[in-house]
Design a protein around this ligand. Structure first.
Ligand code: FDA
Length: 497
């Protein structure tokens, strides 16, 4: 049995580990770098936020941060070299979606916030899945294998690196909101040692969305370490799947392109698999399958292919805090403001760091809102490209919730206000952006209830594209737990022989 997995983020890592443990050999095709093999440059594998280079972004000449401006001047984005860097942004009209590339996918660039959704909301969004089983079995398994831990109070409550979080939490309490310590995959003992200068610094050295050298338990340190130890996993980094063709015997042939770090093409190959697992993320999987449907290379892909996509209600908002938030800020978020009752103004706001190295008196929040609007991927026959229909109007419910949140915060805290010099068009928020793309191949709609694509035997989906557009919290724990559930059921059903 010849098994291929496209993508090495959460879905791919779970599938590879659990299949390898059962004795199956798996190929993992990943378009990004295997960063564990990357030599250090200037003493680091990845870069700090304030000193990006060609390793920071995927083939760009300039960084593209979600907030590129400061004092209305484009001060934040910096010119960088050209290379297969770790953070990508896909620009689709009115939606910029941020993604991680490399072995480990989004785990390489994300904030590590590891949040289990409220069970009632999970039931609302995924009624087709047995929530009782998920919460009793698969969420605990995901948290355990990912190495999730509560932030310790001695660090968050006292360290100068978390002053920004304490200031924001105090203001939220004054506004009548609840605050929460948010679990994370960062090794908090390591952070304690960082603060004593006993170890090389990472989160306390301004590392976050361009990768993290130490401390964060990324997938290469958890799932991939275990999967590699089986000797059954064969990684093909810097190899992008360009197209998928279903053969008459229900095997799949992939056209791939392997590059070096600078983007030079080293080889083009065709790889054939008996079983194919799509784990290229909501955007990567949807793009490949929308292409296959419209070019006819996979027959019988369901009409639900590429449908019901959403940005998890993401809005980035910024406030003038009227007081110092700290020159020194840890790169890892640890607190959130919770105002969630499923009503339209529900917000779960991550208190995000802004490790700019100067005092900005700024509060930055990644607000997750309750936006029921869903978009879909589109096919442009003229240039054979996949697009995404997401308009400004579709973000309106998220903007309304974010504005209500900001107004309440500002009214309760004298001397504070919205900060409108960071984002485009003098807005105090970014409504054209997502860190949390979800949907495109919804479980129970485009796939059966275990992730096998309807009408296409031997083709499975195992990533964030299974979840219809939103989950009310940061999504990687849900993606991991759902993948744990699906691979369990697929192995039991002997889908891999
Ligand atoms: P994921 O995107 O992880 O993996 C897909 C992989 O497939 C990638 O490695 C990609 O390179 C590869 N790929 C794509 N197309 C391919 C092709 N054609 N050929 C070969 N390989 C291909 N979530 C959270 O819960 N807590 C948090 O704190 C954060 N913070 C955060 C910050 C930032 C900056 C970002 C960008 C994202 C987050 N997230 C987050 C989101 C989280 O990282 C995201 O939801 C998951 O990584 C998605 O997991 P998947 O397995 O779906 O895909």
């Amino acid at each position: 049995m010849n098994i291929g997995i496209i993508g090495s983020g959460y879905g791919g890592a779970v599938a590879a580990l659990r299949l390898a443990e059962q004795g199956y050999d798996v190929d993992v095709i990943e378009m990004g770098v295997d960063w564990e093999t990357m030599p250090k440059k200037n003493g680091l594998v990845f870069t700090k936020m304030t000193a990006p280079n060609e390793r920071s972004m995927w083939f760009k000449t300039k960084t593209q941060m979600p907030f590129g401006r400061l004092f209305d001047i484009p001060l934040i984005d910096k010119n960088i070299g050209w290379g297969a860097g770790v953070l990508d942004v896909e620009n689709f009209g009115f939606m910029n979606v941020y993604l991680g590339h490399g072995v480990g996918g989004g785990s390489l660039v994300n904030g590590g916030m590891a949040v289990v959704p409220r069970q009632s909301y999970f039931r609302k969004i995924l009624p087709q899945i047995d929530a009782g089983e998920m919460f009793a079995k698969y969420f605990p398994r995901a948290n355990d294998t990912l190495g999730v831990a509560e932030p310790p109070r001695d660090i968050i409550g006292a360290s100068k690196y978390y002053n920004f979080a304490r200031v924001a939490a105090n203001q939220a309490v004054k506004a009548g909101f609840q605050t929460a310590f948010v679990p994370n995959v960062y090794d908090w003992d390591y952070m304690r040692q960082e603060s004593f200068n006993n170890v090389e610094r990472s989160a306390l050295n301004g590392q976050v969305i361009f990768g993290n050298d130490h401390g964060k338990k990324t997938l290469p340190k958890t799932y991939w370490a275990k999967a590699k130890a089986t000797g059954k996993v064969h990684l093909k980094p810097l190899t992008e799947v360009l197209s998928i063709t279903q053969n008459p015997d229900n095997t799949f042939t992939l056209k791939t392109k392997t590059i070096d770090f600078d983007g030079r093409v080293l080889k083009n190959e065709e790889l054939t698999y008996d079983r194919l697992i799509m784990a290229a993320g909501s955007i990567g999987t949807s793009k490949l399958l929308v292409r296959a449907k419209n070019t006819g290379t996979i027959k019988n892909l369901p009409n639900e292919t590429g449908k019901r996509w959403g940005p998890n209600g993401n809005v980035m908002v910024a406030r003038n805090m009227g007081t110092a938030t700290g020159v020194y800020q840890a790169g890892i978020p640890a607190m959130g403001v919770t105002n969630w009752d499923d009503s339209p103004n529900s917000v779960f706001a991550e208190i995000a760091p802004f490790p700019a190295g100067i005092e900005l008196k700024t509060g930055l929040y990644l607000a997750i809102t309750e936006n029921p609007t869903l978009g879909e991927f589109t096919w442009n026959g003229a240039d054979q490209s996949v697009g995404l229909n997401w308009t400004q109007q579709m973000s309106a419910p998220s903007v309304a919730a974010a504005k209500a949140f900001m107004e309440k915060m500002n009214a309760a805290n004298r001397g504070t206000s919205n900060r409108s010099d960071l984002f485009e068009d003098n807005k105090a928020f970014s409504d054209y952006f997502s860190y949390h793309p979800l949907g495109g191949m919804i479980i129970g709609e485009a796939t059966d209830l275990n992730g096998e694509v309807k009408g296409v035997p031997n083709l499975f989906v195992m990533d964030g594209s299974l979840i219809p557009g939103r989950i009310g919290v940061n999504p990687f724990v849900t993606i991991t737990a759902l993948a744990e559930r699906n691979i369990d059921k697929l192995i039991s059903a002997r889908k891999f022989g």
